[in-house]
Design a protein around this ligand. Sequence first.
Ligand SMILES: [Zn+2]
Length: 496
Amino acid sequence: MNYKKVMPLLMMLVLLVTACAVNPVTGKKQLSFMSEAQEIAMGKQSDPAIIAQYGLYPNETLQDFIQEKGEAMAAISHRPGLDYEFKILDSDVVNAFAVPGGYIYFTRGIMAHFNNEAQFAGVLGHEIGHVAARHSAQQYTKQMIGQIAFIGGMIASEKFRDFAGEAMQGMQLLFLKFSRSAESESDVLGVDYSSTVGYDAHQMADFFKTLDRMSGGSEGRLPEFYSTHPDPGRRYNDVNKLTDKWHEEHNANPNMVIRDSYLEMINGIIYGEDPRQGYVEENTFYHPELKFQFPVPVKWQLMNSPSQVQMAPEKGDALMVFTLSQKSTLAEAATEIKTTYQLQNIKEKSFKVHGLNAYGMVSDYPQSDPSTATSSTDQPEPLAMQTVLIDYNDLIYVFHGLCEKKDYDKFEPNFDNTMLNFKTLTDLSKINVLPERIKVVSVDNATTVQQFLAQKGIPSDRLEEFAILNGMQLSDNLSAGTLVKLIEKRAGDAVN
Ligand SMILES: [Zn+2]
């Protein structure tokens, strides 16, 4: 063997595995399995999965706003050279997150909860901080070393993971957790970056107060930013101190807040879930835009995303996935599924589902993940899979039901009841549902927050929710001309 040929290749391998990247924030060398090119490739690869999972929020003004503000802040960061992409996802979850390579996502849920540009800028600085300090890369490195599986937000057992595929990847990223020290470092950078571009970073602290109130709020629903980030109560104090320190050290007092124009920009955006993208009522899933409905098994959890609906029992020992085929006929769709999942022992037939042409298959679905094998020499047991394809409105809808073969008899009635009761949605009361939208109004006469909200028809059990949404206390005084976020139910696109 010719050594001269082999050596460079070997050296390259060694270099690749132990590549030390210089951290742009600390200037120190650190162990990283990911080169900058690999980081960028990872971001590029994850982006379509994230968009497929959540969808982009269709509001050009907001998308332009985040890209413009994001680029301006990235330019003064420790890592200005990346091509950053900033996007707002169509999700009511209150969160923001960063993916390697400079991909940064905010949800419409978090945009609705900011009360001025300075609060937005603080969180933006925090997320750019994760990218600049290469926290994502560190997280992935740890993942590779520790073989940690990220299954946050997943409702079914891990054995169905390779099946649910792309959508899962998006879910996992939204729930990606950084270490506490990475979070602290990003808070320092958030204060630094937002102050450098002129914002009052005390506002960032105020936003942590909003998150803190949401976590114990009347909604009883934990905002995801809270579950993936450390205690916001503590961070409120820390960020205020960091801001004072920054002002002192730079002998400057950046004080941009920009409240009114921010509120006017988010006026009209959807608040909470958008029922037009599908909703569950009394164990039935309705899709008002695509005009179909199907039953959801009692006590099963349901997760709806633009690319698929997933349903699973509490124990996670079965999974139903509802999605669309890219094919245009039942036969083509069936063939594609058989090949893609390498189905075995297929029993199949054509039939009708509430007058619609359908095609059914019951088969063995071979698991590809050897870690689920009972011993290292065993092939993993195949799962049982029931598939029903339905031809409706020129689209081929697909149901898959998955469980262990021994459980099939137990779950077959659930699979059948859901899949065989897919039907056209004609009930206008279920079709004509409207989302709640933010409506920004000006206070006419001085009053208190509580009086104003009540006077505008906010029900008493939602008063605290709206005080939090506005970053106010119910007892606060409102002077005439103050802008306040309310809601209204109406159709139509977000006001641009
Ligand atoms: Zn963070």
